[in-house]
Design a protein around this ligand. Structure first.
Ligand SMILES: Nc1ncnc2c1ncn2[C@@H]1O[C@H](COP(=O)(O)OP(=O)(O)O)[C@@H](O)[C@H]1O
Ligand SMILES: [Mg+2]
Length: 247
């Protein structure tokens, strides 16, 4: 469903994303993990049209969407969430979700109905009239999810929707994400926290310093010394293995 080839984007002299290849099959939950600053968010931004790639291509549902504007990409059925959520604080949860729903619904009543339905599906049914600015961190993450989902995507790019949540909240969101996929939406999931990815994704890509350094099942990834080193530093794999290696 999504085919990314050679995706590259620099900021000044820094190659934030450096030749990334990524495939997401329809119906899957695919994870994109990596330490802070690895280039995960920049990858999403370049895929979804928020920054223009310097090189590479993005094909979505058989169409080349490289460099297309975000609203066109969203209309084609691919939408991202933001790691740093910025809801309209003075608007209600319902009104915030409607911002997404307007993409598919021209009439207010329809957009409102769609927003209510989506909000309920992510467990926000009781919060529809709350001001978005009064939500907890977990509530804001759910709202971000609902706003994206209200655009009726075929592919949802989730950027750290579990960051900052406690274990109970993470477990709830994991359930919500799984239900979204079971409802027919394909998911590419960025997480800094490996645990959440392990429980959700069938396939994981690991990004470090702009490059994919490993890919495979969560179990294979967790056992990969290159991945352990990317997260914990040079020599960490040997130390963990009890080899007493230096570093
Ligand atoms: N708009 C930007 N301008 C300059 N540097 C940026 C910008 N966005 C990201 N970067 C840099 O690119 C690198 C990758 O960032 P990012 O994609 O946010 O990583 P991640 O999401 O994996 O933590 C970081 O070094 C970051 O400082
Ligand atoms: Mg990020």
């Amino acid at each position: 469903m999504l085919e990314v080839r050679g995706l590259t984007r620099s900021f000044g002299g820094l190659k934030a994303v450096d030749g990334v290849d990524l495939d997401v099959p329809e119906g899957a939950i695919v994870g994109l993990i990596g330490p802070n600053g690895a280039g995960k968010t920049t990858c999403f931004a370049a895929i979804a049209g928020f920054v223009r790639p310097d090189a590479g291509s993005v094909r979505f549902a058989g169409r080349d969407v490289t460099g297309h504007a975000p609203h066109l990409v969203a209309r084609a059925g691919m939408v991202r969430t933001f790691q740093i959520t910025q809801p309209f604080a003075r608007l209600s949860v319902r009104e915030n979700v409607m911002v997404g729903a307007w993409l598919r619904h021209g009439r207010r009543a329809e957009a409102e109905e769609a927003a209510d339905r989506v909000a309920c599906s992510v467990g926000m049914g009781a919060m529809l009239d709350m001001r978005a600015g009064d939500l907890t961190v977990a509530g804001r993450k759910r709202l971000e999810l609902a706003r994206a989902l209200a655009t009726s995507p075929r592919l949802l790019l989730l950027d750290e929707v579990m960051a900052g949540l406690n274990p109970t909240e993470v477990a709830e969101i994991v359930g919500v994400v799984r239900a979204i996929r079971d409802g027919g939406v394909t998911i590419l999931l960025i997480e800094h926290v490996m645990q959440a990815v392990v429980s959700l994704a069938e396939h994981v890509h690991v990004l470090n310093q702009g490059r994919i350094i490993a890919r495979g099942t969560p179990a294979a990834i967790a056992a990969d010394p290159a991945v352990v080193e990317a997260y914990l530093g040079h020599g960490a794999a040997a130390r963990l293995a009890g080899g007493g290696g230096g570093g």
